[in-house]
Design a protein around this ligand. Structure first.
Ligand code: NDP
Length: 480
């Protein structure tokens, strides 16, 4: 059985504990590889390696760092197929999705920040006739990057690439649930001849690996993507260390559909924003607010489309949805369908565990659910479900829609469907979310600030925001 290994100081390493735990293929329910059960001893080794590689790496020219990142990007592109297959086995997502979105995006993350490394600059402020101030932006040292399971290599590299581009060295931990492509990245990094210790990858469980990374005195900043409860624990745990922290957390995103929208486009994209990646994207719209004039038509069309979504073997090109990531997660998502019923909701379609034929018989599949009839402030409409479950909420006026949309503790992303330009601008300004999409969803320009307000996070990723996060500004004032 394939054994995953840590990657520390440029070499593969067994975990200090000598023990491993099972990695399950969610589409079959079978164990298919072994994950190192690492602990703080492995983290210590990785931090030591990252610390000793920092001086050399941070002294490289921007162009040299850029060349390494570009090489990694090329190597990912050359291995798209192997990486995509591994991602789908590990996560349960359809192969066509890993092949067209996850892995290409991992390659673009490195390419984008290879460019950023050569373009990043800082400001100067002249005090007319008396002095000039300039800002030095220096790398921080060894930094920690921790990512979740829903977009494994995509989000892992989204953190690592800017950290390296800015001249830091990295200790990274992928989710224990989906470690395989991060493991494959180790070989890519080796093949790129990135100096040993610049990127270290430690596998294992959150409390035993993530927490020691976060709390280590020599880790100068932490970039974390995951659940809000974990983010709060991290922020609390390191508050007294005053280290930089970027938190990309959960969401309960509204998708607001007005009477005057382009009905078919809104419907087509709503199907995607509701169920893509089995609804396991932090940006998925899980509360669909529909204006009363088109509510019945939109609901009926959405339910019809949701009923016909093919859920199946992730390796089959016909499967629009694959398996949920784990047995526990499937259980959690299904429990929200039960909760919705208890709260008075009507399940219009789906919400059932599916038992497929053949090799996927024991996999973690469920039918996509559309629910209506719930109060907008019940638990089903307030808590993140993170699965293929959406609720429909009718509204009358723009003010109602705004109040409902802003009523949760989350503020990650909203999408808005209207042909009224003034309304789009008005609402975009008032929606309390880090991202507002108008007549689209998941249209991403990597230069834009990415992140959430309220309990959806702290700080922003993307473009210069990421480069600024991974550098410390220093003002130098020179008197004429
Ligand atoms: P978790 O918060 O459970 O885990 C995220 C990562 O943190 C994993 O690598 C996990 O390791 C690790 N971790 C767990 N406990 C600790 C700890 N005490 N200290 C340090 N690290 C720890 O999230 P999920 O993996 O379940 O991911 C789903 C969540 O991520 C959803 O809430 C989703 O909304 C959010 N998300 C947010 C995004 C955004 O950009 N805002 C994007 C994508 C997802 P392990 O796997 O071993 O537990």
């Amino acid at each position: 059985m394939r054994k995953i290994l840590n990657f520390i100081g440029g070499d593969y390493r067994e975990p200090e504990s000598g023990t491993y735990f099972d990695n399950v293929d969610p589409s079959t329910g079978e164990v298919y590889s072994q994950i190192p059960d690492s602990d703080e001893r492995d983290v210590q080794k990785a931090v030591t390696a990252a610390k000793s590689a920092f001086e050399e790496w941070s002294s490289y020219s921007n162009q040299q760092r850029s060349d390494f990142l570009r090489k990694i990007s090329q190597l990912i592109e050359e291995q798209i197929e192997e990486l995509a297959v591994s991602e789908s086995i590990d996560n349960g997502k359809p192969l066509w999705l890993s092949r067209s979105v996850d892995i290409p995006r991992a390659a673009s993350n490195f390419r984008f920040f290879a460019d950023a490394a050569t373009q990043f600059s800082s400001e100067s402020h002249e005090m007319t006739g008396s002095a000039i101030n300039y800002t030095l932006r220096q790398p921080l040292g060894a930094v920690g990057c921790i990512s979740p399971w829903n977009l494994p290599l995509y989000l892992f590299t989204w953190k690592i690439a800017p950290a390296l581009a800015a001249g830091n060295t990295v200790v990274a931990k992928p989710s224990e649930i989906t470690p395989m492509t991060a493991y494959m990245l180790s070989q890519i990094v080796k093949d790129s001849e990135l100096p040993p210790g610049v990127l270290n990858i430690v596998h294992g469980k959150g409390p035993k690996v993530g927490e020691p990374i976060v709390k280590h005195d020599d880790i100068k900043a932490v970039s974390f993507t995951g659940g809000t409860a974990t983010g709060a624990r991290i922020a609390g745990g390191i508050a007294s260390q005053f280290k930089k922290v970027s938190l990309e957390l959960g969401g309960k995103n509204p998708n607001i559909v007005f009477d005057d929208c382009d009905f078919n486009t809104a419907l087509n994209i709503t199907i995607k924003s509701s169920f893509a990646n089995q609804g396991q994207i932090c940006l998925c719209g899980s509360r669909i607010l529909v204006q009363k004039g088109i509510y019945d038509d939109f609901r009926d069309a959405l339910v019809e489309r949701a009923r016909n979504i093919k859920v199946g073997d992730p390796m089959s090109p016909d499967s629009k949805l694959g398996a949920l990531v784990s047995k526990d997660h499937l259980k959690k998502v299904l429990s929200y369908v039960d909760l919705a019923r208890e709260e008075g909701g009507k399940v219009l379609c789906g919400g059932e565990r599916l038992e497929l034929e053949g090799r996927c018989k024991k996999g973690y599949f469920m039918s996509p659910a559309v629910i209506e009839g719930l109060d907008h402030n019940c638990r089903t409409n307030m808590e993140e479900i993170f699965g293929p479950v959406v609720t429909l909420i009718p509204f009358e006026t723009e003010e109602d829609a705004l109040a409902i949309a802003n009523s949760t503790e989350y503020g990650l992303a909203a999408s808005l469907w209207t042909q009224n330009l003034s309304r789009a601008h008005r609402l975009a300004a008032k929606l309390d979310f880090g991202i507002v999409w108008v007549n689209c969803w998941l249209l991403r320009d990597l230069r834009t600030p990415f992140g959430g307000s309220k309990n959806s996070g702290l700080g922003r990723e993307g473009g210069w925001e990421a480069m600024r996060f991974f550098t410390e500004p220093k003002n130098v004032c020179i008197k004429y």
